[in-house]
Ligand binder design. Structure first.
Ligand code: GLY
Length: 315
């Protein structure tokens, strides 16, 4: 029997011990990634995921999340979910109770209500203050939305607000686990691109873009500008490259290099965490100095590791 392992984006640190505890009790990789993600969704200090996430252009917080099981390629996702914190649990319910993969908008809210999920105002005063400072009151807008968004994207890298948040405004959390039976599962959750157009779905709820798991080859998940991962199917690419014989590191590098071909005026940071089929972790970023976290069953606490830096022009 193998020893379980969990890998996550750096902001998953807070949920990693709970995820590993699930594996220690012979729980499934799916239960582990959900246990970890749930704690990040509940973290009021993380403005990129769940409760206290940064809102869209109208001031509404809209959550995207997905889960995938590598055993039978089962997947579930929700998008643009308002009024509920537990997006990853709802994504699992989509997978387990509906003949669908992705439920978005009003439908996701209806499903949460039908299943008795706890309704919550997930916009916190802190998140609202950051949002207002950058966009002002949308009723007072005198410039087009796209030009405002351009300004926001251009200002991201050097902005003190985002430095204090510790993430870019399209941050996200990734969890991937491999359990004692060798099953792999992945979960991704986000409040998406701050100030986004209402109804915008990023890569996180799109299976293959921000999340993909296949027991036979491994798994990958993304954080960063979701539109780039959507256009290159980045998570699926990493897994496919491993399928065709590349090492985990080579697969990450190839998937990042594919992003260089994107014609995208908003091109920005992309990050990937991954696990190969044998449970070896790896991660890459287009930015220098980024980290991720890893914890195996025999470890007392998460280990923070450097991501491989892959330079992609324009990011
Ligand atoms: N990667 C998260 C997003 O773009 O929404």
């Amino acid at each position: 029997m193998d020893q379980g392992i969990v890998v996550a984006s750096a902001n998953g640190h807070i949920g990693l011990p709970a995820a590993v505890d699930v594996l220690r009790q012979s729980g499934s990789a799916l239960d582990a990634v959900i246990a970890g993600t749930r704690l990040v969704e509940a973290n009021p200090d993380d403005h990129t995921v769940g409760y206290s996430g940064l809102p869209n252009m109208l001031g509404d917080v809209e959550l995207d999340a997905s889960v995938m099981e590598g055993a039978g390629l089962k997947a579930g996702a929700v998008g643009a979910l308002q009024g509920y914190q537990d997006a990853v649990d709802l994504a699992r319910k989509v997978m387990e109770t509906l003949p669908h993969v992705l439920i978005a908008g009003d439908g996701s809210r209806q499903l949460a209500e039908e299943l008795g999920f706890e309704q919550r105002d997930i916009l916190t005063p802190e998140a609202e203050a950051i949002w207002k400072k950058r966009l002002g009151d949308p009723r007072d807008r005198d410039a087009s939305y796209m030009s405002r968004v351009s300004e926001l994207v251009a200002a991201n890298a050097s902005d003190a607000d985002f430095a204090s948040i510790g993430e870019i405004p399209h941050g996200t959390v990734n969890f991937i686990a491999r359990d004692r039976d060798g099953n792999i599962a992945s979960a991704v959750s986000t409040s998406g691109w701050a100030w986004k157009y209402p109804g915008r779905l990023g890569d996180s709820p799109i299976i293959g873009a921000g999340n993909y798991a296949d027991n036979r080859w491994g798994a990958a998940a993304c954080t960063g500008r979701g539109e780039m991962a959507q256009r290159c199917l980045t998570a699926h690419s990493v897994v496919t490259f491993m399928r065709f014989g590349m090492s985990l590191e080579a697969a990450l590098e190839q998937a990042m290099n594919d992003l260089a071909h994107l014609d995208d005026p908003y091109k920005s940071e992309m990050n990937i965490v991954a696990l190969d089929k044998d449970g070896n972790p790896g991660a890459a970023s287009t930015a220098v100095g980024k980290t991720y976290v890893v914890m195996r069953e025999d470890m007392d606490e998460p280990e923070e590791r450097q991501r491989m830096h892959i330079s992609v022009p324009g990011t």
